[in-house]
Design a protein around this ligand. Sequence first.
Ligand code: 5AD
Ligand code: SF4
Length: 434
Amino acid sequence: MPAKTFYLETFGCQMNAHDSEKVSGTLLEKGYTRVETPEEAGLVLYNTCSIRDKAEQKVYHRLQQFRREAGRGKIFGVLGCVAQQEGEKIFERAPHVSLVAGSASYTRLPEMLVELEAGSRRVTGLSLETEETFDTPFARRDNPHRAYITIIEGCDKSCSYCVVPFTRGPERSRSSASVLEEAARLAASGYTDLQLLGQNVNSYRDPSPAGWDFATLLARVAETPGIRRVRFTTSHPRDFVKAIVEAIDDHPVLCDHVHLPVQSGSDRVLERMQRLYTRSEYMCRIEWMKNARRSLAITTDIIVGFPGETGEDFEQTLALLDEVEYDSLFSFKYSPRPNTAAMAMADPVPEEEKTARLATLVEKQRAIQMRKNSALVGSVQEVMVEGRNQAGQWIGRTSQNRVLNFMGGSPAMGAYLPVRVMRAGPNSLAGEAT
Ligand code: 5AD
Ligand code: SF4
């Protein structure tokens, strides 16, 4: 097996996906070659997620699968959120692992690689004490048209169910100059679609003397010549100010889409979750968006079965779905996580009840999406071409983040073109190039 080959598998959110692009770029820069299977690789890396127990278990399954390979000279590394959360315990549970590093330590990755190459069998990078975001010129982006840009790392909130403050540390914003420079560099190399990333992207606060807030940064990024679409994720309702909607109004480059996780429609549950807003404060943000000049798609995250969630609380979440009419949502059963405040809360909701609530919620949302998507039949939407599906249709994405598959034309990947919507399903649209 060639000495300097690596395999990298990524779990979890877009922050993790982008971290992997940076890790991969750093390794390529150090002379490593990327391979497609763990069997071919000298260095096997898993960039992990620990947001729910299921996500965490995945990495242990993977490590078990390839345990025997360690004897054949392969080096195994666990990166990301499980690494940060479990630390050296990973060495006990999976003794064939030699590298455990959380995202705040990736700036030290080149040094850690040198230690591994020199034969060290227990290398860790677990400090959260870093001022720097992992800002590297070497990110190897997976997509030639859409690029992620991290603008803020970590989280200073303390939602009672969430591991993120423990796995990603305190909030650190990147300077506005460095963000704009990266946006301009990406535009110059052909990217047209940028996605600003952060756990709480709208808590952004420019550390440089300019002192920009998030809405200002958003507007300036949207003004980058050559950029046609800008998205941002994830926003926290507490820090979601009207100026963000005004920036969207003023800049058509800012996509017609906001992801604003609500988690629950019940004030009692929101308080126990320590979300720092009430339902009516959340609805006030929704009103701003509904009154925007363009029609904005609104999407959210919901947790069902939080400790102590009653049938009545859950009914309030269902009612919120009717009130907001989300364009799409991610829903999850509550999963107890280590170190979190909710871990100690009594009155767990039984697993079957969580499953039943989740199914009810998914069913309700499906009907809403069917209705909303059907209303778009006959309209013309601009899509960016992302690929081709097995049925031979082009896959496009609208500014509202809807998937619109279409026939006709022979567009290039990454092209923008108008498509007439002919049919609608709950999760996508189908149409023809005009
Ligand atoms: N259990 C279930 N879902 C969770 N999320 C975060 N922590 C948990 C947990 N302990 C969900 C939230 C968040 C999304 C990224 O994951 O809805 O917005
Ligand atoms: Fe998972 Fe959260 Fe870590 Fe993203 S930041 S990988 S969602 S635990």
